[in-house]
Design a protein around this ligand. Structure first.
Ligand code: TXA
Ligand code: MG
Length: 323
């Protein structure tokens, strides 16, 4: 039984490469979250991604490669400030929006002129990319709208039946998706908060413009209002207020630092007892999954400090929340 469940999870690079070359889906590890990968230049392979995730076609995909030469082969030009960011942070949790050339199928970009590209920082995936002469299209390996996976088991649980293989690269180092950056009206803009902080970006290119919003506008990258959501109702904000509002229900509490004083009928999951935002980021999606599986009615999640990765963590919690 177990053997059957786990037969397609492993660390065999050759298997992953073979399936990808055959146009099939493979779960791949990255430093941010696990991706659901396929040949990004093969329309039929890309279609399988949308189908498996039940993802709407208006939500474009990120292409992954292992070096700048391969990036340049997919684009018309490289804005100098974006190039500076690439030089500073690739391989790493940064996705750049760049003008695509004719090699990139329209289905990848949902018909937009720009393609999202990144060089991920994970040794196994870099090694696969090195062996492929095409980029990998890879959204997070979760059903559309659900919590992103940060372990191979998370991928197996939800998409196991839909992939040919899952490459197990351990738990993701960062645990939040990449930060998405582009240029609009001459300004460097951030479209999705993620594993690279605003402070880190600004240290390289100066002030950036936040274009992150909570509207339902699907053209705004990665910014659908309801996303990253557990199936239990989640409320995000001041813990004490939320506790009082939901008194009497069985609560699961996601906190940060000093745990809250209330204990009755509350299960506490501490994202980082030592107030380390990187640790909190790494724990976030796994804890949300745990919270979803635990016995309880409602999840209440603390608003984290608005600095460094705190912005991206709060962003994900807001999108997961019903309030
Ligand atoms: O960390 C990550 O970025 C992970 C790993 C697997 O690399 N991938 C990921 O992909 O988070 P996904 O598909 O879950 O989120 C990518 C977001 C989408 O919400 C999409 O709207 C935006 O990037 N995006 C992709 N291509 C775009 C484009 N051409 N223009 C604007 N937004 C784009
Ligand atoms: Mg996603």
């Amino acid at each position: 039984m177990w053997n059957f469940l786990f037969k397609m999870i492993g660390t065999e690079l050759n298997k992953a490469v073979k399936h990808l070359k055959a146009g099939e889906l493979v779960g791949i590890p990255t430093e941010t979250v696990y991706g659901l990968a396929a040949n990004g230049l093969d329309v039929n392979a890309v279609l399988k991604i949308f189908e498996a995730k039940e993802r709407p076609f208006f939500d474009p995909l990120i292409l992954h490669v292992n070096n700048l030469e391969k990036v340049n082969a997919l684009i018309l030009s490289f804005d100098l400030r974006l190039k500076k960011l690439a030089d500073a942070f690739w391989p790493g949790p940064l996705t750049l929006l760049l003008p695509k050339n004719q090699l990139v199928p329209d289905i990848v970009t949902s018909g937009l002129n720009q393609v999202a590209i990144r060089i991920p920082n994970h040794p196994l995936t870099l090694s696969i990319l090195e062996q492929l002469n095409f980029p990998l299209a890879a959204p997070s390996a979760n059903p559309f709208g659900y919590i992103s996976p940060t372990t191979a088991l998370h991928v197996n649980k939800q998409l196991g039946e839909k992939v040919a293989y899952i490459l197990d690269g351990g738990a993701c180092e960062i645990g939040l998706e990449s930060t998405i950056v582009g240029v609009e009206e001459g300004k460097v803009c951030v479209y999705r908060l993620g594993g690279l902080s605003i402070e880190q970006l600004e240290a390289v290119v100066g002030e950036v413009t936040l274009k992150v919003n909570l509207s339902g506008d699907p053209k705004a990258p990665g910014q659908l209002k309801s996303h990253y959501a557990p199936t239990k109702p989640l409320f995000h904000g001041d813990l004490e207020k939320l506790f009082n509002q939901h008194r009497g229900k069985k609560l699961i509490c996601l906190c940060f630092g000093e745990p809250p004083p209330f204990k009755d009928r509350v299960r506490i999951l501490n994202l980082s007892p030592n107030c380390d935002l990187q640790e909190a980021a790494k724990n976030l999606f796994g804890f949300l999954r745990q919270a979803d599986e635990l016995d309880g009615d409602v999840i209440i999640a603390q608003n984290l400090p608005m600095l460094g990765l705190g912005l991206a963590i709060n962003d994900r919690l807001k999108r997961a929340a019903v309030n």
